[in-house]
Design a protein around this ligand. Structure first.
Ligand SMILES: [Zn+2]
Length: 268
């Protein structure tokens, strides 16, 4: 298997896997979405809330804010407290804002971290307070996985695309209709070599418009499922690279545990 990083920014990472089974790449995708533990707010103790939002909606909005940190936290199911919540498996954040004279928009940056967990982004609006309104609350964050609730899903997008294959037959007469009609503009006529060329193959959406409009049926669009591109967009809880590496580690551990179980079963 050959792996190539197609592009990487703070928000998005695109990696090409060549010679990998689609099921393998899909396993990595599903692990990233459902199995990597990240922190999120799970309990909210509201001391005062005179805003227009009910306590429940406020708690829900707080729960959906991507959180960072929590490396020292123990997953609640492995904690000595039995999952009830304690200083080892939970991290506390507080929020106290009062709009004294003017309207105030309360952003995630106002959440004060008392432990190791803090908001991944400080500019997420939580609630708008009118003058005289106030909120005061204590929130407890804990580690969780995407399969429990979407708030523990570390990615906003995690998708696979097979490599598009555009084959141009010899009877192409360079009429240029496909170049004009392609919605992604991936085709061009190479004037020097006098032939139709594909500019950026990964931009092809497999819509097959070129195939339909070609009067000579000289163009065929298909895909290669042995080469796929995995695109990850983090919510900010972990970096895209950390997520990808954690997914591989998780898959290795899962395979080892399966191997041990099979070994135990056959020996017994
Ligand atoms: Zn605990």
């Amino acid at each position: 298997m050959d792996v190539e990083v197609l592009g990487s920014t703070n928000d998005q990472l695109s990696v090409i896997f060549r010679g990998a089974q689609p099921t393998f790449v899909n396993a990595i995708r599903r692990i990233i979405m459902a199995e990597i533990p990240i922190p999120a707010i799970e309990k909210v103790y509201v001391a005062e809330n005179t805003s227009v939002l009910y306590d429940e909606i406020l708690a829900h909005r707080l729960g959906m804010i991507p959180m960072r940190g929590g490396e020292t936290l123990v997953p609640p199911d492995q904690c000595n407290c039995g999952g009830k919540g304690c200083g080892f498996c939970e991290s506390v954040l507080t929020l106290e804002v009062e709009a004294k004279e003017d309207n105030v928009v309360v952003y995630s940056g106002r959440l004060k971290a008392e432990g190791s967990v803090f908001p991944a982004n400080n500019d997420i609006p939580i609630v708008k307070l009118n003058s005289g309104q106030k909120i005061a609350l204590v929130a407890h964050a804990r580690l969780g996985r995407g399969k429990e609730h979407a708030k523990w899903q570390p990615v906003s997008a995690c998708v696979i695309k097979y490599e598009p294959v555009v084959s141009i037959q010899a009877d192409c007469d360079l009429c240029g209709i496909c170049v004009e009609r392609c919605p992604r503009k991936i085709l061009e006529i190479n004037e020097n070599e006098k032939k139709l060329a594909v500019r950026s193959i990964w931009d092809c959406s497999l819509c097959k418009v070129c195939e339909e409009v070609c009067p000579k049926s000289a163009i065929k669009v298909s895909y290669n499922d042995k080469t796929s591109r995995l695109t990850i967009e983090t919510t900010g809880s972990k970096s895209n690279e950390e997520l990808l590496i954690s997914a591989f580690d998780f898959l290795i551990k899962k395979c080892e545990s399966l191997k041990n179980s099979i070994g135990g079963a056959t020996n017994g």
